[in-house]
Design a protein. Structure first.
Length: 331
């Protein structure tokens, strides 16, 4: 069974409700059709039922099992505006501005999650990452135990002897531009927890750098070594080590040579990059040159799972992220 099928199988057992707000895009409707046919999540589609069903019929899709919620529903707008003001009134939010924002399907979708009508939301096919996360942070916000919201990719590399049967988590490849040591430590801890909850295995976390165990001296290296120390202090039960060059992190023979005595070197399955440049470049190199499957960016550190999509995503990509979002909702 492939990793995506494993995710779907786990999601089918818990059957969470996920909002898809970008219903003016056919990929969203196509993804909803697939998800409902495969039965691994309940789906809420934001928009007018008659219009969406008419479009679905034109496309040859069956959305009869979906729930449709109109983002112009007066009673819900009134309820959600009051909720929004209670959350953001101290920042100047008023009812008129809240109602205006909530007519945007992104904000309305997040409000469905905040009001416990849904467990999570997936968007980004037609909206930027900043727009999706802005709506999510203003209404759902960070988890109580989270310092920051970060992102990761699940990378599945074919015919790969490294990682967890060729699978890895790469973080942060989509959100935090240049995290400081404390932020990097929290990204590492969150990523380890995400690895356990989604892949069901023990995480071995490598803090990546251009240096291994002090082989180079630079402020960028010091940032990673300090992040490693902080992460170990905050989460002594998680296997975290560094700083490592990539080969020392995942290749056993090189890890044994460059980082003698490390229990993580050569065995890493969670790779924490020092900044967004290296993370984004790294995942795309592996995706394109190694033909890896890249699922993400998946957010972590939210009070409820709100996940972003690439605007170049396919319907199948949306299906995969919905399955992951359902699993995150069960944590």
């Amino acid at each position: 069974m492939g990793i995506l099928e494993a995710f779907k199988s786990k999601a089918r057992a818990i059957k969470k409700t996920i909002v898809l707000p970008e219903t003016i895009d056919d990929r969203t409707l196509q993804a909803a059709h697939i998800i409902l046919q495969e039965g691994f999540a309940h789906i809420i589609l934001v928009g007018k039922q008659e219009e969406l069903e008419s479009r679905a019929n034109t496309l040859g899709l069956n959305l009869s099992a979906a729930e449709f919620v109109d983002n112009h529903n007066e009673s819900l707008l009134k309820e959600f505006a009051s909720l929004f003001v209670s959350l953001r009134g101290h920042k100047g939010m008023n009812e008129a501005k809240a109602r205006e924002l909530l007519e945007n399907p992104l904000y309305f979708g997040v409000a469905l999650v905040k009001s416990n009508r849904a467990h999570g939301m997936v968007a980004g096919a037609i909206n930027s990452t900043s727009d999706v996360l802005r709506a999510a942070l203003q209404i759902v916000g960070k988890a109580k135990d989270s310092m920051l919201v970060s992102s990761f990719f699940i990378m599945v590399v074919p015919n790969c002897e490294y990682g967890y049967n060729g699978s890895f988590i790469f973080a942060d490849c989509g959100l935090n531009q240049n995290p400081n040591s404390e932020e990097l430590a929290h990204i590492a801890i969150s990523s380890a927890k995400s690895f356990t909850s989604l892949l069901g295995a023990t995480p071995n976390v490598a803090m990546l750098s251009h240096s291994t165990y002090g082989s180079a001296a630079h402020a960028d290296v010091e940032k990673v070594t300090r992040a490693t120390q902080i992460a170990k202090t905050l989460a002594p039960d998680i296997a975290i080590d560094g700083e490592f060059q990539l080969d020392a992190a995942i290749v056993p023979s090189i890890g044994a040579s460059k980082a003698k005595g490390s229990k993580i070197a050569g065995k890493a399955n969670v790779l924490v990059f020092p900044d967004l440049d290296s993370g984004n470049i790294g995942y795309k190199l592996v995706e394109r040159l190694a033909k890896a499957q890249a699922y993400g960016p998946i957010t972590q550190g939210m009070a409820a799972p709100i996940n972003d999509l690439s605007r170049g995503c396919s319907a199948e990509d949306i299906v995969g992220v919905v399955a992951i979002t359902a699993l995150q909702a069960d944590v």
